[in-house]
Design a protein around this ligand. Structure first.
Ligand code: ME8
Length: 495
């Protein structure tokens, strides 16, 4: 059982913000979920380092392009380390293996007759690194980002994607390739309106992979970038790895790059006679004051700042809980704090804290001596079934809702049984059931909040980590005579 998961590779012209963190955390959460479910997971992320935009950014800072990309890719890697992103491979498009793969694929397509030479005359948007048609030629603004576009007119190699129109339409109609569902028609309508071949070389852009042809061309940055999903898994040099993991199971992207991923990318794979990804999930945008949060707009929100104030798991939790995956969401510190206080500090934090406090005072800190009863075992099993189905559907906020219903149930259970009351005869039974529930909730929460889960696990005195035994542990009882450890407040309430 294998799963191959990818994120986009990010442009490194500026610092990462919560939008990039969002996609990467989503991919990480799913990767962790599948690992705990016993799958072999390959999780690829990385940086997109060529093109005019990055070249201009380096020029502006007056540093050599090589130093610029080396330094900026580190900023991404550092943030992923800080967020405990468990990627298998971090790919850079300036790596030799990637460059070789891009040239190899270019040559294959050329030999197959899928590339041809022609003149390109049209408009190009550098911030989006895309060819586009402006509404008004007198004032050519990019239809996507609304910024001025450059007119270019140059000879170019074109990729014959028009040839694959019917094949693509059929694949999309018959598969779960486009997710969420409501995007499917949008993509199909675009295809049905007629696909134009795309220019995949640039004459006057020097910062790029040189095309394997006699003339002086560099390869268009998007053609280069999409190939990372192949080079990152050994397309050219690691046959075993490639055949084990290909095709991707889930590719995460934002809705801004749908056309590249749902149209150009599958056509490239058709041309290479490779199976297509099973699902490419396009999530929505985080906005601030209703504007898309974006590097080039300068309205970014720094993940580091949120982590400093609230902790890394609070950020991971908020992003996947607040908005149904696929829709847009508005970010503000107020919304963040509200969600943090109600779900993490109150519901989860209090449940753990008051249960452990009772275990200390009423049971000398020893758990596991009375096994959980059938009723709680049954409820837990049902919750897990629902949670698993939501995770497989990539419905993160719904999966978290299931866990939170369970946490509320445990809080109610404790309130109703009130083991603190004078003369309560079954204190140990009540508390052991609650602890079993907390352990189960933590196991299911681990893909979302891995760091806090380990800390709670250690407070419970449990062995290894919640990840080490995966979801199998849900069916096992807590060993007898476990001594809980010193309590700490994992999610302190914020004013
Ligand atoms: O497009 N809300 O890189 P990029 C949610 N290099 N997600 C956001 C976001 C926001 N406000 N802003 C960015 C590129 N993202 C190419 C990709 S892949 C072969 C090449 C996330 O640095 C989201 O995933 O502009 C979006 O698709 C991606 O960052 C764009 O990152």
């Amino acid at each position: 059982m294998k799963v191959y998961i990818t994120t986009p590779i990010y442009y490194i012209n500026a610092e990462p913000h919560i939008g990039h963190a969002y996609t990467t955390i989503a991919a990480d959460t799913l990767a962790r979920f599948y690992r705990m479910a016993g799958y072999d997971v390959f999780f690829l992320t990385g940086t997109d380092e060529h093109g005019q935009k990055i070249y201009d950014a380096a020029k502006k800072q007056n540093v050599s392009i090589k130093d610029f990309v080396d330094r900026n890719t580190e900023t991404y890697r550092k943030l992923w380390n800080m967020l405990h992103i468990s990627y298998t491979r971090f790919i850079r498009t300036t790596e030799l293996e990637h460059e070789e793969t891009v040239r190899n694929i270019f040559t294959k397509l050329l030999q197959k007759g899928d590339l041809y030479k022609d003149d390109y005359t049209g408009y190009y948007c550098i911030p989006c690194e895309s060819y586009a048609i402006p509404e008004d030629e007198n004032n050519p603004l990019c239809p996507d980002c609304k910024r001025p576009m450059n007119k270019i007119s140059e000879p170019s190699y074109f990729f014959r994607i028009s040839k694959y129109t019917k094949q693509l339409e059929k694949y999309i109609e018959e598969n779960n390739f486009v997710k969420p569902d409501f995007r499917k028609n949008e993509v199909l309508n675009f295809i049905r309106s007629g696909l134009h071949d795309v220019s995949i070389t640039r004459k006057n852009v020097e910062w790029g992979i040189s095309a394997p042809v006699s003339e002086n061309y560099t390869i268009y940055v998007w053609f280069d970038a999409l190939i990372n999903y192949l080079s990152g898994i050994g397309y050219l040099h690691n046959e075993n790895l490639f055949s084990k993991f290909w095709p991707p199971d889930v590719q995460f992207i934002g809705k801004d790059i749908i056309r590249f991923h749902h149209i150009i990318w599958p056509c490239l794979l058709f041309a290479l006679d490779l199976p297509l990804p099973k699902t490419i999930f396009a999530h929505g945008w985080w906005t601030s004051g209703k504007d898309k949060i974006s590097k080039s707009k300068g309205n970014t929100i720094s993940p580091e700042k949120i982590i400093d104030e609230y902790g890394l798991d609070a950020l991971r939790y908020f992003l996947l809980r607040e908005v149904p995956f696929g829709l847009d969401g508005e970010y503000s510190e107020d919304i963040f704090k509200k969600r943090y206080n109600s779900d993490l500090a109150n519901d989860l934090g209090n449940l753990v804290n008051r249960t452990l406090n009772l275990v200390e005072t009423k049971m000398s800190g020893i758990i596991g001596n009375i096994p959980a009863n059938m009723e709680i075992i049954k409820i837990t099993g049902e919750v897990f079934e629902k949670y698993q189905a939501k995770m497989q559907k990539i419905a993160f906020s719904e999966a978290l809702e299931e866990i939170w219903r369970y946490i509320s149930f445990l809080n109610r259970f404790l309130d109703e049984k009130a083991p603190w009351r004078e003369g309560c005869s079954n204190v140990e039974e009540i508390l052991n059931n609650t602890i079993y529930g907390i352990r189960s909730a933590i196991i299911m929460l681990t893909p979302f909040i891995p760091d806090a889960s380990i800390r709670i696990w250690q407070m419970l005195g449990l062995e290894e980590t919640p990840e080490s035994n995966g979801f199998k542990l849900l069916n096992q009882k807590i060993p007898e005579g476990i001594k809980t450890n010193k309590r700490e407040i994992i999610f302190p309430r914020k004013k």
